[in-house]
Design a binder for this molecule. Structure first.
Ligand code: COA
Length: 712
């Protein structure tokens, strides 16, 4: 729900908390929550509510919410589902601001109506609900642990929003082990009212929060979420943990764009576009968050690896390629910086090899050299246990110097690998919040995340490219289709639409008799294509409704008669609106470009290899609209067949600019014409540089209205 930014503050910083269903029995959820609130050091007023009255944990118990003597900023409801509505009504009636509904048994098990009632009652009276079906929330700004987790949450700078309760509870334990400090932890459960977008609006402003970790399973108000995410990532990093693949889009699909969009690919693409770093595992997400909270993104592209082992140096180099960490390779400068600190038989080429004879002192001097040089922007320090140099000495050196290193403001990550002593050193350093890993890949993945966020910030431009479109003409076309109760456009309407948005088409006309066909052919010029136009014939070639490569008047006459004959014999019931006479398109690279309104993320665009193989190859990429040309280009480069556009085997480069232009136009129309739900150009034929791109076939679906038909 938009527009709740200023109010949501009291969710995180309540002045009073009431626990509805606070239990007298230790171990019950209603008891643990009250215990955590008290033990966690919450400084506001605490009101246990339970009809049995008495005292719990030394606090007087109120029989009903109505009896609580002051305003309630936040209620935590943990009564069984059958009493939940009553509890919500009591709270809403007395003007409670926020209510965390812990209770399960609502939409997650199909009880949609009960959930709607609960939220409906609350919303009408201005009470916001988090949940139901949650484990609660923690907010460091109020020292409030209103969860039934293990307690003892370490305060820090990472905010966690989780849709999975079990995973969230487990994360509380894991944050303690990994020494990750938390600024807020929110279980969103069924998201019946408050959702991620609401929470992000607060967290992006919250000074305690430096990084946000999200575990997302499904997205409802995706368009709004993306908008808020874009705003948030401009201020602080957001890491999302990958979750299951959605099949929803595929089910609803009425086009290639739809069926291909149903996959995880959209989530991946739009999250990246919004600057969200996507982690493959909880471990990776924690690493990223920890590190991103401590260190700013690198100021430039020059990363160096400092190692005492050639093997791990090579492993790290491979990983740098995978995670897009740009290794500095100016041999001369590297030599100047590192030769004073590298043994003669070592290497000053990146990776800087201090050799197996290196000592802790060698590392210290080499790291000092790297961190003080203006030419170097980030450092990966790798260590392999050797007989000459134990991990403990390295650990001591790092402990002595890390604070000083950190002041340099450059990303510095350690990877140490070896036996039991190394593991002990790793634990000690982790406890002291030194970014250290046992595995080279993890280390580089983390640095990759930092570079990726840095690049995003650098490239972030508000400008989105949009084009002029003739909305009056589009309205006319749509009205025409609607008047015939259609939810799709016929071929000639699709072409008119292309005209209105400025995507070039092969020249063509729809004719109703042979004379008109001949006349049109003479005007357009040969070679030509003839195609039947009928809302009843979906696969035109199968019924002999298409004739290609017609060279002259005679061939056009023959083809016209043949098409009419074929269609009448093979599909006698089909209503034929006419015959389309079109310019025969020269061959070029066949692409597909589409735009649609995605159920989760709103307007999206798709690009890929087109023609008849699109479903087989599935070589496509997606972006959310609006987007700029740079983003369109990135989207085009993502497909495997991109080199075909650059020209292979002596072929000319294709007109990439015209293709970009077509995609921008599709993005514009899908954003500005709510009547259009799905538009797909296949093939979009790309010619040689300077010769443009043409929409050879276009398929347009309109937003469903009662009584419309989509059987195009
Ligand atoms: N107002 C206030 N208190 C009430 C009440 C009301 N209207 N009705 C009952 N209570 C009290 C009970 O007397 C009891 O207190 P007591 O132990 O001192 O007698 C307390 O509320 C709890 O009720 P109880 O019937 O014992 O329920 P429970 O503790 O077994 O279960 C829930 C309650 C909410 C925990 C349970 O229904 C539930 O939903 N569990 C799943 C929670 C979950 O997993 N959430 C998602 C996590 S990700």
């Amino acid at each position: 729900m938009p527009g709740n930014g200023p109010h949501i503050r009291r969710l995180f910083e309540p002045r009073s908390v009431a626990v509805i269903g606070a239990s007298h029995t230790p171990g019950k959820i209603g008891h643990t929550i009250l215990e955590n609130i008290i033990e966690g050091g919450y400084g506001g007023k605490i009101y246990p509510v339970n009809p049995k009255g008495g005292e719990i944990l030394g606090r007087p118990v109120y029989a009903r919410a109505a009896d609580v003597p002051t305003e309630i900023d936040l209620a935590v409801t943990c009564v069984p589902a059958k009493y939940a509505l009553g509890a919500v009504q009591d709270l809403a009636d007395r003007g409670t601001k926020y209510n965390l509904v812990i209770t399960s048994g609502f939409s997650e098990v199909g009880n949609l109506e009960e959930e709607r009632q609960l939220v409906g009652y609350a919303t009408e009276r201005g009470m916001r609900i988090l949940g139901p079906n949650i484990f609660g929330m923690f907010s460091a700004s109020a020292s409030l642990d209103a969860t039934f987790g293990p307690g003892g949450i370490r305060h820090g700078s990472v905010a966690i929003i989780t849709q999975s309760g079990a995973l969230g509870l487990a994360m509380i334990g894991k944050t303690a082990v990994e020494n990750v400090g938390i600024s807020a932890m929110i279980s969103v459960g069924n998201k019946a009212d408050i959702d991620e977008a609401d929470l992000l609006r607060y967290l992006m402003e919250d000074a305690n929060t430096r990084t946000i970790l999200m575990y997302i399973e499904g997205v409802r108000e995706g368009e709004e979420l993306l908008e808020v995410l874009r705003e948030t990532t401009g201020r602080k990093p957001v890491v999302a943990i990958k979750s299951g693949r959605s099949k929803r889009g595929a089910v609803a699909a009425a086009s290639h764009t739809g069926s291909l969009a149903g996959s995880d690919a959209i989530f991946e693409a739009v999250m990246r576009q919004a600057g969200v770093l996507r982690a493959e595992s909880v471990e990776e997400a924690f690493n990223l968050c920890k590190f991103l909270s401590e260190t700013p993104p690198p100021a430039g592209r020059h990363a160096v690896i400092v190692t005492n082992g050639g093997g791990i140096g090579v492993l790290a180099t491979d990983a740098c390629e995978k995670y897009d960490v740009p290794l500095y390779d100016d041999a001369q400068t590297l030599k100047e910086i590192f030769s004073p600190v590298t043994p003669d038989f070592g290497s000053t080429k990146n990776p800087i090899d201090l050799t197996g004879q290196a000592s802790a002192e060698h590392y210290r001097v080499a790291l000092d050299a790297a961190l003080t040089s203006e030419k170097i922007h980030s450092v990966l320090a790798l260590y392999c246990e050797t007989a000459l140099f134990d991990a403990e000495s390295l650990m001591k050196m790092i402990r002595r110097n890390y604070a000083r290193y950190k002041e340099r403001g450059k990303p510095l990550l350690f990877s140490i690998f070896g036996g039991a002593d190394t593991e002990t050193s790793l634990d000690t350093l982790t406890k002291e919040r030194v970014p250290v890993f046992g595995d080279v890949y993890e280390t580089v993945a983390c640095m990759g995340g930092l570079y990726s966020y840095g690049r995003y910030l650098q490239q972030r431009r508000d400008a989105t490219d949009e084009t002029e479109i003739d909305t009056a003409a589009i309205d006319r076309i749509v009205r025409g289709a609607r008047s015939e109760k259609r939810s799709f456009l016929l071929a000639h309407e699709g072409q008119a639409l292309m005209d209105a948005i400025g995507i070039p088409l092969p020249r063509s006309r729809v004719v109703r008799n042979l004379d008109e066909a001949v006349q049109a052919a003479e005007q357009i010029g040969y070679p030509l294509v003839l195609k039947v136009v009928s809302r009843d014939i979906l696969h035109k070639s199968d019924v002999g409704g298409v004739a290609l490569d017609l060279e002259d008047r005679e061939e056009v006459i023959d083809a016209y008669q043949a098409i009419m004959r074929n269609c009448r014999t093979r599909m006698p019931q089909a209503r034929i609106q006419g015959i389309e006479v079109a310019e025969m398109v020269a061959s070029g690279v066949e692409l597909i470009a589409g735009a649609r309104r995605d159920a989760s993320f709103g307007p999206i665009v798709m690009f890929g290899m087109g023609g008849i193989y699109v479903e087989v190859l599935k070589d496509v990429s997606f972006r959310a609209a609006p987007l700029d040309r740079r983003e369109v280009l990135a989207m085009m480069k993502e497909i495997r067949a991109y080199p075909l556009l650059l020209g292979v085997r002596g072929e000319e480069r294709r007109d990439i600019e015209s293709v970009t232009d077509a995609i921008i136009r599709l993005a514009t129309i899908i954003r500005h014409c709510p009547e259009i739900s799905d538009i797909e150009v296949n093939p979009l034929v790309a010619y040689e540089q300077g010769h443009g791109a043409k929409a050879v076939d276009v398929r347009v679906l309109l937003t469903e209205t009662a009584g419309g038909s989509t059987d195009a």
